[in-house]
Design a protein around this ligand. Structure first.
Ligand SMILES: C[S@@+](CC[C@H](N)C(=O)[O-])C[C@H]1O[C@@H](n2cnc3c(N)ncnc32)[C@H](O)[C@@H]1O
Length: 381
C-alpha cells in the first residue's frame, strides 16, 4: 500500500493503463455509434491523484484523453460523456482537481460542451450507494457505464453493491482484484476481516476460507476463479475475463484485472485489448510483450483452439459467424486466431468442407457455411 499522495508508477500500472486506453478507445465510439445512447458514463471509483511522480497521467486523465483526442470525437457530439471520479483521500483529491483544471486550461478550446465531470471526495461505497438510490428512486437506469474499480486492497468494494450499481444491461466493470493482498489476509480469522471478504466475494463468510488449505498456484487459481464465478452469478455479468498483472520486481502476480460485461461486442473488444498486451496467451502482463527474444522463442499455440472447435462442431454444419461467436465467447482466443490458423489447416486436412459459394479456397467470408466431418469420413483434398 502506498502512503504518499503521489507515487512512482510501476510497470504493471502502465500495462493496466494501456489496457484501459485500448478498451476505451473502442468502447466510446461503439456505445455512441448508433446515436442511441445519449449519455455514456465512465466511473472511476478509486480515481487516485490524477498524476504519478514522474508526470505520467493517472486513470482519470487517461480516460478523458482517450475520448477527447479520439479521431472520431467530433462525430460523437450528440452524446454527453459523464466522467465520475471518486477519491476518498483529501490530498489526492486536491491533486486530481488540480490536474483536471490544468488539463482543460492547456487544451485548445478547453472542456468540450458534451463532457461533464463529477468529482466526489468520498468513499466509493458511499457514492455508489447514492447512485443506486437515485436511479432506483426514479425507476431510472444508469446510462451505459464502464465502472473502473481500482482499490489498493480488498475492503470497501462489496460485490452486492457492484451488482446493484451496474444492474442495467449496458453497464460493465473493470475490477482490480488485489490478489497479492487478498492472498495475505484470506486465512486471517478475525471476524472483521472475514466479513470484508464475504462482502468482496458476495459469499457467506465461509466460502473463501477453503483457500487457507491451498498453496501456491492452486490457491491463486481458487481465489481468481471464485471471484470470476461470483461476478457472473452474483454480479450478473454474462461474460467475465481476467488478466494477470505480474509484479516484475517480486516475480509474482500483483493483481488480476477482472472484466465483466453482458455483451458480445464488449467481450470482443476487451479480449483484443488483452491480446495486444500479451500476444502469446492474451492473459498475463509479464513484461515480455516488447522483448524480441521472448517473442521469437514463444509462439501463439492454437492447438487448444483447434481442439475446442473440433469438440464443439465435429459432425455438424455451422455458419462462420457461429464459429466466430463460439471462439470469442467460449475460448480464450480472439477473432483473428481461428480462420487462417485453424479452419484453413482443417480444410487442408480434409476435416472441413465448404458448403457455400466463395471466391477462394481457404478463405471464410461472412455467410460461409462449413461442415466439420468426422475424422474417418474425410476426403482427400
Ligand atoms: C490504486 S489507487 C488508484 C489509481 C488510479 N485508478 C490510477 O490508475 O491512476 C487507489 C486510490 O483509491 C483511493 N481510495 C482508497 N480507499 C478509497 C475508498 N474507499 N473510496 C475511494 N477512494 C479510495 C486511494 O487514496 C488511492 O488514491
Amino acid at each position: 500500500m502506498v502512503d504518499e499522495a503521489i507515487w512512482t508508477i510501476e510497470q504493471h500500472t502502465q500495462a493496466k493503463h494501456e489496457l484501459l486506453r485500448r478498451y476505451l478507445g473502442a468502447w466510446f465510439p461503439i456505445l455512441t455509434a448508433s446515436g442511441f445512447n445519449r449519455r455514456v458514463v465512465f466511473l472511476d471509483g478509486f480515481a487516485g491523484p490524477g498524476i504519478y511522480a514522474n508526470g505520467e497521467p493517472g486513470s482519470p486523465l487517461i480516460a478523458i484523453e482517450t475520448l477527447v483526442d479520439h479521431a472520431h470525437f467530433e462525430q460523437l457530439s450528440r452524446t454527453e460523456f459523464v466522467f465520475i471520479f471518486v477519491e476518498a483521500d483529501g490530498e489526492r483529491f486536491a491533486s486530481l482537481e488540480h490536474e483536471l483544471n490544468g488539463y482543460w486550461a492547456r487544451r485548445d478550446g478547453g472542456k468540450p460542451a458534451n463532457v461533464r465531470i463529477e468529482l466526489f471526495n468520498d468513499e466509493f461505497a458511499a457514492v455508489a450507494a447514492q447512485l443506486v438510490a437515485a436511479t432506483h428512486g426514479q425507476s431510472k437506469q444508469l446510462a451505459p457505464t464502464l465502472a473502473f474499480i481500482d482499490p489498493f486492497g480488498w475492503s470497501g468494494v462489496p460485490l452486492d453493491l457492484i451488482r446493484d450499481l451496474l444492474a442495467s444491461d449496458k453497464c460493465e466493470v473493470l475490477f482490480n482484484f488485489m490478489y497479492d493482498s487478498v492472498n495475505r489476509f484470506v486465512a486471517d480469522k478475525r471476524p472483521g476481516v472475514a466479513r470484508h471478504f464475504a462482502e468482496l466475494f458476495g459469499t457467506s463468510e465461509n466460502e473463501h476460507k477453503a483457500a487457507s488449505v491451498l498453496n501456491g498456484e492452486d490457491r491463486k487459481a481458487f481465489l481468481r476463479d471464485l471471484y470470476m464465478r461470483q461476478l457472473q452469478d452474483v454480479g450478473g455479468f454474462t461474460f467475465v475475463r481476467s488478466f494477470d498483472m505480474m509484479d516484475l520486481d517480486r516475480g509474482r502476480t500483483a493483481y488480476f484485472l477482472m472484466f465483466g460485461t453482458r455483451h458480445h461486442k464488449g467481450l470482443q473488444v476487451m479480449k483484443d485489448a488483452m491480446w495486444s498486451l500479451d500476444p502469446i496467451a492474451g492473459a498475463q502482463f509479464s513484461g515480455h510483450a516488447g522483448d524480441q527474444q521472448m517473442l521469437f522463442s514463444e509462439e501463439l499455440d492454437v492447438s487448444p483452439l483447434r481442439r475446442a472447435i473440433l469438440d464443439r462442431f465435429t459432425g455438424e454444419s455451422a455458419a462462420v459467424e457461429m464459429i466466430e461467436r463460439f471462439v470469442i465467447e467460449e475460448t480464450d482466443y480472439k477473432a483473428t486466431h481461428y480462420k487462417k490458423q485453424v479452419l484453413k489447416v482443417l480444410e487442408e486436412e480434409g476435416l472441413l468442407l465448404c458448403e457455400s459459394e466463395r471466391k477462394r479456397r481457404g478463405t471464410y467470408p461472412k455467410g460461409t457455411s462449413l461442415r466439420f466431418v468426422e475424422p474417418g469420413d474425410q476426403r482427400d483434398s
